[in-house]
Design a binder for this molecule. Sequence first.
Ligand SMILES: Nc1nc2c(ncn2[C@@H]2O[C@H](COP(=O)(O)OP(=O)(O)O)[C@@H](O)[C@H]2O)c(=O)[nH]1
Ligand SMILES: [Mg+2]
Length: 279
Amino acid sequence: MRCSTELESGSIGSNLGPEGRIMRSDERYIHIPNTMKRVLVLLPTLDEAEGIAEVVPRIPKGVLQQAGWEVRILVVDGGSDDGTIEIAESLGCSTLRQYGKGKGAAMRQGFSIFLQGECDALVMLDADGTYHPEEIPRFLRGLEKSDVVVGDRLKGKMDPDAMTRVNYFGNHLLTWCAVALYGVAMNDLCSGYWAFKRPSIAMLNLNSMRFEIEAEMYTSCAMEDLKMTHIPIRYSSRLGEAKLGSVKDGWNILRKLLVRRIFKTPPQTTPGEGNLNLD
Ligand SMILES: Nc1nc2c(ncn2[C@@H]2O[C@H](COP(=O)(O)OP(=O)(O)O)[C@@H](O)[C@H]2O)c(=O)[nH]1
Ligand SMILES: [Mg+2]
């Protein structure tokens, strides 16, 4: 059987402007047995050459295939000039130069592309070597009983230098604020390792531009009553340089929690597109 994928450049590229075009897709057509489900692994990158070279080969495609999952990898890049895109493409990833700037904008663009395609689930993780791609099968197993699975670094096994004291304290504080404001369980608000069933992505209403995206994902899941499961994960020191500024981004995250508590739907938003409605 000949089966087109969501990453077939013709169908997606034609929906995007020149800046947001799909730059290359290795697999225009793939053979997928009818019983296989498809997962899109979404990796945001900004000058992450070292990280992407480490993370992509560690995605356990074989294990996932045995569990019935066909894997697609999409790198949404924020304008790297260190060879990140070339490395990603050499490793068989599809790559996309995001509209605008910021991780939040990149993730929302990735979500929109996911919804244009036919994958059944989405897993997102940072491309800096902090999260362990080997744990993707645990996330997908978690989706059998819930709508969304969130990796919990704070109760998982964290390497000694993986998180600064300021960030550790800040993550606990922001998580506590989130639960106090929304009354829905959350263990690690700023985790960048999440998995979603397809309909869950379609229900998210997001307009974050930067690192407040995960907090907004939580608020949206809480307001849509999606069932979230939390699984402890490993967390390691990053490769390359951090882009997050602890105080500035911490404040943005808190502000997002407060704003979304009052204004439930962000302005200029359609589901899955946030304010990046590209029409
Ligand atoms: N596409 C895109 N990715 C970004 C941007 N800023 C950061 N990232 C990626 O988002 C992930 C998390 O960034 P990082 O600096 O590690 O922040 P932290 O993990 O929250 O401390 C990494 O994979 C970065 O390369 C951006 O502006 N655009
Ligand atoms: Mg990181």
